[in-house]
Write a protein that binds this ligand. Structure first.
Ligand code: FAD
Length: 624
């Protein structure tokens, strides 16, 4: 194949999925001339699976991406068709926003944003090779022979890389949704000795809206009051669609059990490892054999299509079996399937091979992000794309990497888990993974991150001004509530109306607000001088007041965590020198080269006793 030079960029992003979009926008918005490639421009921000953004833990990531100046939050606020705050019966640490998206609109809006970004060129083209000179990534070669040079390359190839589809006995090379796979690049990455893994994921069938019997299913409405994802939006109003809840039954389970042998999963064709937290229906029936039924949600894919997504029912069983088992479900008896369910196997890198700035350990200036890093989910992909884009820019500018640790952001938890602990299946973020989740809430993501985003040049003045205004209003109002004293005769009617114990003596408004059953809005009647506040501002203030004690306790734990995180380690140190360390620990530390004692403590195979030996050694060195 003839090769010809097609130009030079600062940064090239291979992929325009959820990771690629954030990476390319971050790089261009931080001043780098950036090229973003996609095998097919219809795959820009494509929602290959569930038509929703957010959910438990994922909603936190979207807020953090937004707070840092990323695009996902703004894009879903433009294109959502239903919005719900999940887990409101539980504490604020796990309150999670989830919005149903109009998939096509989501793609269209993101593509428009990319096309309008001054320093960003979006092009259709398949990268079949990376140019590596002196151990550094410095461009790509396309299938057409076009050569683009750059100072850094970001890989965000998703489920397309080495894509292989499984529908029962039928197996064929393909990307998602019938799009072309990225096979040549997959082979090249192996040739360059990168440690690649084989993972898989699956998606359910899509069916026509008018083939469902809604009378037999339970409607799921959106929230009356819509909470925006983006801190740049205050109030959103929209007519919301419904989703529907129904359940499998013994007949469904029987059909599937009878055909386990025809499932690509149990037939042994699939070698890739799938996500434990997102199992296929045949996997659920196999693993939870005693369960009488499994819930599934029917979700519209958009306003301009009649396709409905059958959440919770992904499968790699043959089409005829799919026809049979879907129709056993209440409300789906006359189902018209328009896209069969399938499983997809794809290549990704072993994330232990990545540095904390998502740069590859063996090829310099090659940054990695998204599903390619072993994660699963649009939000996880977007978060890594953003960090890879930011860090590619900082690397080229010779600046310190931008790192968020586990006490600062879910993004920090996600990346630290991947590159320190690794993963044996597609990694999905969850609130339970974040030990400091009471401090890492959705409502305060801007307080934790927007200042940092402004320092690195990604958060622009309009967002920064808005953030400073919020911060000031919340601080001032909290102080005012601390000083504002109310008398029992004024407060008690309201307290009794909310089933709260009456006051015996005067008390500050902040003390009253600490009561779980009393909200800031409830006390409006007895508080005549309060400022105008947006929902974002009120929510953050209320949570900070109600959970002040717990938050303080968690901050003390974070200080302890930071002490070990700030004990820096020389990445070139030879741990064979430390006698007291166990052999396994020496090997792991030399293989992994942690940047801090804190990070060393999270490497599997390094015990707390090893960390003590290390601390003693460091103290001896410091004294000598
Ligand atoms: C069938 C299926 C089921 C899924 N199920 C779930 C689920 O249940 N839960 C969940 O959380 N997530 C699921 N996902 C995953 C979710 O879609 C991904 O996590 C998310 O899309 C990853 O984003 P990404 O940007 O890393 O990659 P993608 O969105 O896959 O985008 C990859 C991009 O790279 C481009 N590309 C690839 N190779 C090349 C090349 N050589 N040259 C140029 N461009 C290239 C593609 O054109 C595309 O633009 C599923 C995905 C699929 C396909």
């Amino acid at each position: 194949m003839n090769r010809f030079d097609m130009g030079t960029y600062d940064i090239i992003v291979v992929g325009a999925g959820h990771a690629g979009c954030e990476a390319g926008l971050a790089a261009a918005r931080m001043g780098k001339k950036t090229l973003m490639l996609s095998i097919n421009l219809e795959a820009v921000a494509m929602m290959a699976c569930n038509p929703s953004i957010g959910g438990t833990g994922k909603g936190h990531l979207v807020r953090e991406i937004d707070a840092l100046g990323g695009e996902m939050g703004l894009n879903i606020d433009k294109t959502f068709i239903q919005s719900r705050m999940l887990n409101t019966a539980k504490g604020p640490a796990v309150h999670s926003l989830r919005a149903q998206a109009d998939k096509n609109q989501y793609h269209i809006e993101m593509k428009k944003t990319l096309e309008k970004e001054p320093l960003l060129d979006l092009k259709q083209g398949e990268a079949v090779d990376i140019i590596i000179e002196d151990g550094k990534a410095c461009g790509v070669v396309l299938k057409t022979g076009a050569v683009y040079r750059s100072d850094a390359v970001i890989l965000a190839t998703g489920t397309f890389l080495g894509g292989k589809i499984f529908i029962g006995e039928s197996v064929f090379e393909s990307g998602p949704n019938g799009m072309a796979p990225s096979t040549e690049l997959a082979e090249k990455l192996r040739d360059y000795g990168l440690p690649m893994r084989r993972f898989k994921t699956g998606t359910p069938a899509r069916a026509l809206a008018d083939s469902f019997d809604y009378g037999k299913m339970i409607p799921q409405e959106g929230d009356e009051e819509i909470v925006p994802f983006s801190f740049m939006n205050d109030d959103l109003t929209k007519d919301q669609i419904k989703c529907w809840l129904t359940y499998t039954n013994e007949k469904t389970h029987e059909v599937i059990r009878k055909n386990f042998h025809r499932s690509a999963l149990f037939g042994g064709q699939i070698e890739g490892v799938g996500p434990r937290y997102c199992p296929s229906i045949e996997d659920k029936i196999h693993r939870f054999a005693d369960r009488e039924r499994h819930q599934l949600f029917i979700e519209p894919e958009g306003l301009h299509t009649d396709e409905m997504y059958i959440q919770g029912m992904s499968s790699s069983l043959p089409e005829d079996v799919q026809e049979e088992f879907y129709k056993t479900i209440e409300g789906l008896e006359n189902l018209k399937i328009v896209r069969p369910a399938y499983a997809i196997e794809y290549d990704c890198i072993d994330p232990l091979n990545l540095k904390i700035n998502l740069e590859n350990r063996s090829i310099e200036n090659l940054f990695c992000s998204g599903q390619f890093n072993g994660s699963s989910g649009y939000e996880e992909a977007a978060a890594q794309g953003l960090m890879a884009g930011i860090n590619a820019v900082l690397k080229l500018d010779g600046k310190e990497p931008f790192v968020l640790d586990r006490s600062e952001a879910y993004i920090g938890v996600l990346i630290d888990d991947l590159i320190t602990k690794g993963t044996n299946e597609p990694y999905r973020i969850m609130t339970s993974r974040a030990e400091y989740r009471l401090v890492l809430r959705q409502d305060n993501a801007d307080l934790r991150l927007t200042e940092k985003g402004h320092e690195i040049g990604l958060v622009k003045e309009d967002r920064y001004e808005r953030f400073l205004e919020k911060k000031e209003i919340v601080e001032k109002e909290t102080e005012r509530l601390r000083r504002k004293v109310v008398q029992p005769e004024a407060a008690n009617p309201i307290l009794e109306a909310h089933g709260s114990a009456p006051l015996k003596s005067a008390q500050s408004l902040i003390e009253i607000l600490r009561r779980p059953e009393i909200t800031y809005d409830d006390t409006e009647e007895i508080d005549d001088s309060r400022p105008e506040m947006s929902r974002h501002q009120k929510t953050m203030m209320e949570v900070q007041i109600k959970y002040e004690g717990y938050i303080e306790k968690q901050k003390q734990q974070i200080e302890k965590f930071k002490r070990l995180e700030n004990k820096k380690l020389d990445p070139d140190f030879d741990y064979e020198k430390i006698d007291g360390l166990r052999i396994e620990a020496r090997q792991k530390l030399n293989q992994f080269r942690p940047l801090s004692v804190g990070q060393a403590s999270r490497i599997s195979g390094v015990s707390p006793a090893d960390i003590n030996v290390l601390l003693i050694y460091l103290e001896k060195v410091r004294r000598s």
